[in-house]
Ligand binder design. Structure first.
Ligand code: PLP
Length: 354
């Protein structure tokens, strides 16, 4: 017998990508972190932080960041809620909109945290497979009967972007809340922020973890209709964002040009890496994110490639899952990191392929 609730007892825990020990030298292309540092304003703000700020509770709504976000997108502060990363926002979404036994839908494959959150909630998962080319089956998703729909856009781990007009049509037809997880959107050609206030049932989630180079800070925000945001506020911890992260997030968001420059460099490298992988015999799904999903040559399994790269100090992501087991997900790194990967793959091509 277990003291745990049955769904928790029975579920598999979410497996994050591995993080090397401090000081360990690896080429880390496995968790879609940004290879470039955050804006220098973040470090300046950290250095200047008055330690007495830590004695008091932070502003419960992170209003400083809320107002910045409201200004960036031309919405009101009541349309924004901040959280300890997008992962917390997803958790709040589940708590606010999806009860025990309710259904929640998403396309597959997608971000592997979604099924974990559904299990925690004892909710029913409605999984709608993407098409052969990993494009999202919008019609089938729109017809799903669920309280909420989680749409990672661009999707992970495929990098495929569902165009905003298709998401708009989806939101018009879907009978529930459409949650657009835009963790990678700064690397894409289009975004869905416009829907967040135009549609009564669309929430857009953003994070500073990827494009703003602040995965360690833990900061994300959601934009949407005031009544939906109010629901998220009701279920969040009073002080879900700490005093330090609020100040540093504000500093980062006040310098979007820095983020944009890095995103542009990563997009350029994405093109180069994609072409070089193709030349090595990999089939690369066209990506709008800061990673590439690449099918290994000769119809083989991805695992030996993943393991051989790891043995050489290069981390990528591999999933032993339907439609993914013959692929690697590779974060776009600096030109030097990508070159190290390409050189290793060139050597491995002779060893791994039958
Ligand atoms: C990285 C990621 C997140 C998590 O972002 P955090 O703000 O670091 O919690 C959310 N959704 C997707 C799809 C991601 O890839």
């Amino acid at each position: 017998m277990s003291y745990l609730r049955r769904p928790i007892d029975e579920m598999a825990a979410y497996t994050p990508g591995e993080q090397p020990a401090e000081g360990e030298r690896v080429v880390k292309l496995n968790t879609n972190e940004n290879p470039y540092p955050p804006s220098p304003r973040v470090l300046e703000t950290l250095r200047a932080l008055d330690p007495s700020r830590l004695r008091r509770y932070p502003n419960p709504m992170a209003d400083k960041v809320r107002d910045l976000v409201a200004g960036l997108f031309g919405v009101g502060r009541e349309n924004v809620v901040c959280a300890n990363g997008s992962d917390e926002l997803l958790s709040l979404v589940m708590r606010a909109f999806v009860g025990e036994g309710d259904a929640v839908a998403w396309p597959t494959p997608t971000y592997s945290l979604y099924p974990v959150l559904a299990r925690v909630q004892a909710a029913e998962a409605v999984e709608v497979p993407t098409r052969e080319d990993f494009s999202v089956a919008v019609e089938a998703l729109a017809a799903a009967r669920a309280k909420a729909l989680l749409l990672c856009n661009p999707n992970a781990p495929t990098g495929v972007l569902t165009p905003p007009d298709a998401v708009d049509a989806l939101a018009a037809r879907f009978n529930g809340v459409v949650v657009v997880d835009e963790a990678y959107v700064d690397f894409a050609d289009a975004h869905c922020m416009g829907l967040a206030t135009r549609r009564p049932n669309v929430l857009v989630l953003r994070t500073l973890s990827k494009s703003y180079s602040l995965a360690g800070l833990r900061f994300g925000y959601a934009v949407g209709p005031a009544d939906l945001i109010e629901g998220l506020v009701k279920v969040k911890d009073s002080y879900n964002c700490d005093a330090v992260s609020i100040e540093l997030a504000a500093a980062a968001l006040a310098d979007p040009a820095w983020m944009q420059t890095n995103a542009d460099r990563i997009r350029a490298e994405r093109t180069r890496l994609s072409e070089r992988l193709a030349a090595l015999g990999f089939a690369v799904t066209p990506s709008q994110a800061n990673f590439l999903l690449a099918r290994v040559p000769a119809g083989g399994d991805g695992r030996p490639w993943y393991e051989a790269l790891k043995a050489r100090g290069i981390l990528v992501r591999y999933w032993n899952l339907p439609r993914l087991a013959d692929r690697l997900r590779i974060t776009v790194g600096t030109p030097q990191e990508n070159d190290a990967l390409l050189a290793a793959l060139q050597t491995l091509r002779k060893e791994v392929t039958p």
